[in-house]
Design a protein around this ligand. Structure first.
Ligand code: NAD
Ligand code: IMJ
Length: 256
């Protein structure tokens, strides 16, 4: 008997077995939730299909979140197959590589717009599309942020601004969704070695710093993040909405 038996959830943001979204999917499946997956482009389909199959998912659809038609297609399919959904996981972000090095001052207009579109606006678009499928179901939404939304972190640049927009979007969305009994929260995760962290200048130094300075004296794993996602997407967090919850071994609380 799982805590989420009979519940349905859609996962945006699995690229491979290291993805935070994948750990969240496994945690939800472990509690009995039926899952659907989306992938961001042709190239990722062959990665996502076997993973989805291994958790008995039958609905696997393309969805680049910059495409209005692809978003509509996903929720039309979920409506037809399931009638409704109880959970949505938004675990995606993108900025051009060039924007994630050097000075924030040099951020281009196009780079700013793209990062904010994919990494922040997409949450608004997905939430609006999901809403008709969530009404009357005490559904919940979770997204992923990073400390660079709150403090300056070298090279995070326009992604920090995008995550600030994401965290505040969660508050405004929570206010809109609350009267319908739907909750939305953010997890601000500590650094984790995933595709999104590959090739980032100084990443190893940041992992070392967290290990040395955080209260728990370690880095977090995808599973640490997934357990909080499970809490936020289940009835265990029935009174919690609009929050940013840090899963960072306590790093963010430290001063000198
Ligand atoms: P990941 O690379 O596995 O996941 C990022 C996902 O974004 C990929 O699945 C990719 O396909 C998807 N994506 C990119 N552009 C997209 C688009 N246009 N449409 C749809 N999907 C798109 O890396 P991850 O670390 O699991 O990242 C997941 C989330 O966690 C991101 O929001 C990231 O900012 C956040 N996060 C990561 C860390 C970290 O250190 N890895 C820390 C805190 C927060
Ligand atoms: C990303 C850039 C700079 C510093 C960073 C990160 N630190 C951490 C990340 C310290 C932890 C990872 N992170 C939290 C992200 O949100 C990553 C987003 C991201 C990563 C890439 C790399 C490949 C690419 N575009 C990207 N867009 C967003 O081309």
């Amino acid at each position: 008997m799982g805590m989420l038996d009979g519940k349905k959830g859609v996962i945006f943001g699995v690229a491979n077995e290291r993805s935070i979204a994948w750990a969240i999917a496994r945690a939800l499946r472990h509690e009995g939730m039926e899952l659907a997956f989306t992938y961001a482009g042709e190239a990722l389909e062959s990665r996502v299909r076997p993973l989805a199959g291994s958790v008995d998912a039958k609905i696997i659809l393309p969805c680049d979140v910059t495409g209005v038609a692809q978003i509509k297609n996903v929720f039309d399919a979920l409506k037809a197959e399931w009638g409704g959904i109880d959970a949505l996981v938004h675990s995606l972000a993108f900025a051009k590589k060039e924007e994630l090095k050097g000075e924030f001052l040099n951020t281009t207009r196009e780079g700013f717009a793209l990062a904010l579109d994919v990494s922040a606006y997409s949450l608004v678009a997905l939430t609006r599309a999901a809403l008709p499928l969530m009404e009357g179901r005490e559904a919940a939404i979770v997204t992923l942020s990073y400390y660079g939304a709150q403090k300056v972190i070298a090279n995070y640049n326009v992604m920090g601004v995008a995550k600030a927009a994401l965290e505040t979007s969660v508050k405004y969305l929570a206010a809109d969704l609350g009267p319908k009994g739907i909750r939305i929260n953010t997890i601000s995760a500590g650094p984790v070695k995933t595709l999104a962290a590959m090739g980032i200048t100084g990443f190893k130094g940041i992992l070392d710093m967290v290990e040395t300075k955080s209260p728990l004296r370690r880095n977090v794993t995808q599973e640490d993040v997934a357990k909080t996602a499970l809490y936020l997407l289940s009835g265990l967090s029935s009174g919690v909405t609009g929050e940013t919850i840090y899963v960072d071994a306590g790093y963010n609380i430290m001063g000198i």
